[in-house]
Design a protein. Structure first.
Length: 285
């Protein structure tokens, strides 16, 4: 089973460009809202130098790396959850299926970015953009809970085992209405287990990708919601995807980087989810 990461963000922040580069899958990347309407899905191998070193020892018939599934989801605009703006809730079901959410935030300057959607081309405000996305996810979760609560109240009267789920749902509604993400609520292990069954977007682990200009790839940025953004240049990743491995390694070295954006993002996702890698080796693979 591939690790699944939903890529979200405001329109025109480089989501689809990054997705296409990471997955080497053709997709529409355009400078207007909702260039991505239906979610694009791509499953890619996770680069891991340890695999080849093991293969040099065991000499298997084939090498099978771990994989990551990236889901490129339509750009989200202010009012999507509460007012049905843009594509409304159409994209939300796609995020619910993912193990983690990766939000792409625009740090690059581009005079051609549409002003109506994402400020002016040369003005960037990552904190404000991230807040817009988080607000929409929180509003979507409030709607989800408000729909579930009446049914939960009825079922909890018949089945006392559902009482913890009902109680944490009530606490979460109040918490979310204060502008907090669900995962930040102080919960017992029992409450957290019950909350998983509510399928809330803001319970999911989140990564932030700072889509930067090439000269900022080695920069460090202020944390967003307590998480340090991963600097990745979507344009550089697009160029890397067209190169042979040796050429790509040389290009990365020229940029002062050891790993591609794909490898950096995959490793960050594994760490975020507390995943460990296990290797098996034999004559077959």
């Amino acid at each position: 089973m591939a690790l699944s990461i939903g890529i979200v963000g405001l329109p025109n922040v480089g989501k689809s460009t990054l997705f296409t580069a990471l997955t080497k899958k053709g997709g529409l990347a355009a400078n207007y809202p909702f260039a991505t309407i239906d979610p694009n899905v791509g499953i890619v191998d996770v680069p891991d130098a340890r695999l080849q070193k093991l293969a040099d020892i065991v000499h298997p018939g084939r090498i099978v790396p771990a994989t990551v599934e990236f889901v490129d989801i339509a750009g989200l605009v202010k009012g999507a959850a509460a007012e049905g703006a843009g594509l409304g809730n159409q994209f939300l079901a796609n995020i619910r299926e993912c193990d983690a959410i990766c939000e792409v935030v625009r740090y690059f300057k581009d005079p051609d970015v549409m002003r109506e959607v994402n400020h002016t081309g040369d003005f960037v405000d990552p904190a404000s953009d991230a807040e817009t996305i988080m607000t929409e996810l929180i509003l979507a979760d409030i709607q989800t809970l408000e729909k579930q609560l009446p049914k939960l109240e009825k079922e909890a009267k018949r089945d006392k085992a559902l009482v913890p789920k009902l109680e944490i749902a009530k606490r979460l509604v109040d918490w979310l209405n204060e502008g907090n993400r669900a995962a930040a609520l102080d919960m017992t292990d029992e409450e957290r287990a019950a909350a998983k069954g509510l399928f809330l977007l803001t319970m999911k682990p989140m990564l932030y990708v700072a889509n930067v200009d090439e000269d900022e790839l080695t920069s460090e940025f202020e944390p967003i919601d307590g998480v340090t953004p991963i600097p990745i240049c979507a344009k550089v990743e697009a160029e890397l995807s067209e190169l042979e491995p040796d050429e790509a390694a040389e290009y990365l070295a020229d940029l002062g980087l050891e790993h591609s954006g794909l490898e950096t993002l995959a490793q960050a996702a594994y760490k975020l989810l507390g995943l460990q890698s296990f290797f098996t080796a034999g004559e077959m693979e």
